[in-house]
Design a binder for this molecule. Structure first.
Ligand code: IPM
Ligand code: MN
Length: 372
């Protein structure tokens, strides 16, 4: 198959980790005979420097003409500490998500057996954890009206949701639960927020179309605790934009490093694949950033387009890097391997799984339980 892929490296470590994903896709090309046509475009602080805006029109067009978007990371410290700036990098990512109506962000949280010691949590707590967060991505407090008064002593961010915005992501989450362990937990704050009360009403209605799914609701504060105390109780978590942002970062603690977790952002047409981590500006150019989250996002891209064997081959190569301890220092403090080396290793080990008698290809698909 032939794919046009927009590469939006963005800021900080984004371009470095994305370069490793490109290597992996080139290995997939060689092994499986597909063709990936890459178009690079600027976003975030990089785009502000080059074009004066965080999501320039030519980047929009590159994405529009692409079958899929691979995204690196966004954010730069020079903008973080200046509350007076009117334009800042993260707006670019939000415009991109909104621009293509990428309303669902899928964030699987996996425990990799070879890395179980990485997590500060006990092995007994982690074992058996396999959950996925369905985060609403194009609405809520991220996109509601924002105001500040003249003196800049008062500000508001409106959180709004419509029935339609809730039900469309809910249907995707229930469909995912059908293919998994058939459990869905809605995480909200319905004891305080009107929007959460609407979420409960709409999702409860949607749940009636999926009688085979065990559906329950949990307040966000309790969910945060439960995720650490007993993460294996969760299968699919459905939640709003900001709760999903926070809960998925917390989920990365289960896996052992935020540098490990991928995501897919989907809507009606376009799809984008991005690590859940930020731009980690302190590590920029040092060749220490973990490329795995970006590479696993690429595996999600392949899976999204039905290239299951190809996706499994990428995941297998990542798992091999873990067992061979070819990992970056966030995983193993004493590791001498950098971003590039780990990327090369993974790309070189992308082989046709069926042709490799030494490879255990059971349960390696991202959509299945890879775990323990
Ligand atoms: C993420 C990030 C973004 C978000 C930021 C960079 C705007 O934290 O993708 O989780 O909050 O959605
Ligand atoms: Mn985040």
């Amino acid at each position: 198959m032939q794919f046009n892929v927009a590469l939006l490296g963005g800021d900080g470590i984004g371009p470095e980790v994305l370069a490793q994903s490109v290597k992996c896709l080139q290995a997939v090309e060689e092994t499986f005979g597909h063709k990936f046509e890459f178009t690079k475009a600027a976003i975030g602080a990089d785009a502000i420097k080059k074009h004066g805006v965080p999501f320039p029109e030519e980047t929009y067009n590159a994405c529009k003409n692409a079958d899929a978007i691979l995204f690196g990371a966004i954010g730069a410290p020079e903008f973080d500490n200046d509350p007076n700036v009117k334009i800042w990098p993260e707006q670019g990512l939000l415009q991109l998500r909104k621009g293509f109506d990428l309303f669902t962000n899928i964030r699987p949280v996996k425990i990799f057996p070879a890395l179980i010691k990485q997590s500060p949590l006990k092995k007994e707590v982690l074992q058996g954890t396999d959950l996925v967060i369905y985060r609403e991505l194009a609405g809520g407090i991220y996109f509601g009206e924002k105001t500040t008064n003249k003196e800049n002593t008062f500000a508001t961010d409106i959180c709004s949701y419509s029935e339609k915005e809730i039900s469309r992501v809910a249907h995707l989450a229930f469909k995912a639960a059908k293919k998994r362990r058939k459990k869905l937990t809605l995480v909200d704050k319905a004891n305080v927020l009107e929007t959460s009360r609407l979420w409960r009403k709409v999702v409860t209605n949607v749940s009636e179309s999926y009688p085979e799914i065990a559906f329950d609701c949990l307040y966000i504060d309790n969910a945060a605790v439960q995720m650490i105390l007993n993460p294996k109780q969760f299968d699919v978590i459905l939640t709003s934009n900001m709760f999903g942002d926070i809960l998925s970062d917390q989920g990365s603690v289960l896996a052992g490093s935020i540098g490990l977790l991928p995501s897919a952002s989907v809507g009606i047409g376009k799809a984008m694949f991005e690590p859940i981590h930020g731009s980690y500006p302190e590590a920029k150019g040092k060749n220490i950033a973990n490329p795995v989250a970006s590479i696993l996002s690429t595996a999600m891209f392949l899976e999204h387009f039905g290239l299951i064997e190809e996706s499994n081959a990428v995941v297998s190569a990542v798992l091999k890097s873990f067992t061979k301890k070819i990992v970056t220092p966030d995983i193993l403090g004493s590791s001498k391997y950098g971003t590039d080396y780990v990327g090369d290793f993974i790309a070189e080990n992308i082989v046709d799984v069926d042709d490799n008698p030494n490879m255990n290809d059971e349960n390696i698909g991202l959509g299945k339980s890879t775990i323990i």
